[in-house]
Design a protein around this ligand. Sequence first.
Ligand SMILES: Cc1cc2nc3c(=O)[nH]c(=O)nc-3n(C[C@H](O)[C@H](O)[C@H](O)COP(=O)(O)OP(=O)(O)OC[C@H]3O[C@@H](n4cnc5c(N)ncnc54)[C@H](O)[C@@H]3O)c2cc1C
Length: 615
Amino acid sequence: MSRILRPFGVFAPQGDVARFSVSGTSPAPFLRSGRQWSGSNLPHEPTRHVIPVRSKVSPLPYARVTRLKNREHFPVLVIGTGIAGLTTAFVLASAGVRVLLVTKAADPRDCNTFWAQGGIIYEGEGDSPDSLIADILRAGAGISNEEAVRFLASEGPRVVKELLLDEIDVPFSTTEEGELDLTQEGAHSLPRIIHAGDATGRAIEVSLLNRVKEEPNVTLATEVTAIDLLTTHHHPGDIQIRYRLANECVGAYILDNQTKEVYTIFADYTVLATGGIGQIYLHSTNTRHAIGDGIVMAHRAGARIMNAEYVQFHPTALADKKANHFLISEALRGEGARLRNQKGEYFMEKYAPELKDLAPRDVVARAIVEEMTTNKDEFVYLDLANFYNGHEPIADRFPNIRKACAEIGVDIERDPIPVVPAAHYFCGGVLVNTAGETTLSRLFSVGETSCSGLHGANRLASTSLLEGLTWGYYAAHSIREKLQSAAPVAEPGIRRALSSRPAGIGAVAPSTVATIPDWQPSGSANLEDPALILQDWTAIQNTMWNYVGIVRTYERLKRAAADMSQLGYRLEKFYHEASISKSIVELFHGQRMAAIVASAAIRNPTSRGAHFRKD
Ligand SMILES: Cc1cc2nc3c(=O)[nH]c(=O)nc-3n(C[C@H](O)[C@H](O)[C@H](O)COP(=O)(O)OP(=O)(O)OC[C@H]3O[C@@H](n4cnc5c(N)ncnc54)[C@H](O)[C@@H]3O)c2cc1C
């Protein structure tokens, strides 16, 4: 098996990629020159006949559950097994670093990454980093972090090539000539997205997981929930440490979902890759795990959270509760599908005369809400059957969407698809630089849980998988460099050296971790009454949907903030009386996440991108 040490030599920065200053000073200039794409390294024009997915990714037994040991130490703790966490863990492990990788799900595939449909940005015919930068900045509505955008446009496609194509060999869809099939999505200026049929996330997740599973340096623990970060200010038993100016993250308290034991896990570096927040809304395309755990833990530990008011709603989720708001990918509109109301009027031209059905998501979502409200309808239709302009038969291009729709009696080759908007992607998160470092020392964050400023006020379609991959890759590189600084050694003895290195610059001092106490259970009462928990979740989700949703006003936001604060007061009490469990931690975190979003939204009176104030 080829190792992934090579990428660090070939593509990784040799000390020349600028880092944002986490201490708040101006970012250093972006020194790495962007790659110039040329015609010679571009995939060929796709032909009419496209093979949906090259080969099936092999199923794996995923029951690799590791029992944790209390006060165990790992060089790196990665929380989350989506594209961001898996990439970080894989790249580190391949370079010889021991990693504990945890997920609160029973199956590590159970995450948003698995459900991504449309694809991941690569590079199109006649494409260039400048063209991608322009598209991302336009979608970001003027508040993107330009350094992060340039970084993604310059580095992202080559990480795709290096990691996903050459190293992991994800079975992306190809043309009959064996070239990658390129598709276009809303607000992209040309087709530059590669996909695996309409199950791109599944192909990436399973392929990455297959490789992570082979890595002896990765310890994978499933059904364990990170409940709080360990910091030297937050939890030290030693009063002298509390007087230090610098605060550091030195691991996390991790709950075993089954036994309800809480383990104190130490790490020199902790990486939050806990995904998004969709579940705090009534309608969401996200998995049940996406409630913002990582963001809430980072917030509590003192890390800076950014852009929390920018929640992107996907305009087209299947309007059927039984179908759990199955996502109807933007790729359908990219391949011709048009929106119409129940009166049969194709309405997007009215709201976006130029881009029409390919307008950015927020514009499309608001147009749908406007049509639904005006016509008192519960959904609108997406008409693929009459406008499809793809190369291959609909059944081959969108097999999973076809199947999900068929389950509710809709034949997408014949019928219009009933759709509603749903909470989909969180543009905000834990503030990070291009290395994934947060404002809290030794804490990294990657993927949807982080905010690099890449998306600004709104995300361009298919940038999030690329962001998770790119930031995971470079966070791993940065952590590896920091660990090496503890005991610098030349390749190829890195594996041996890192596993036996003494504590030094890169490692947490043993005297520091000794002061961190084990988890102190605050309550002992068994208050895990499903009715109580369900009612509180209903309150959170309805409040967020109705008051902090697609169209916001000061009055609605004020009500939401007040309701969330009242619920928070009650839950704080509940949390301290109840014995710990996954569902109680999640409820507590869900309320905190809702309060963070509501208060950011109320503080920002300016409509921009995904944050729309009607007043
Ligand atoms: C239906 C759907 C379709 C999408 N389509 C696309 C697309 O076509 N292209 C694109 O670029 N993006 C798409 N996206 C967005 C993209 O999938 C996500 O932004 C991306 O996969 C997030 O990856 P991640 O690694 O950050 O998080 P996730 O993949 O969500 O993984 C989060 C992980 O963290 C774990 N976790 C959470 N909290 C804890 C905790 N407290 N303790 C332990 N573990 C925890 C979860 O169990 C999970 O393993 C789509 C999203 C959805 C929902």
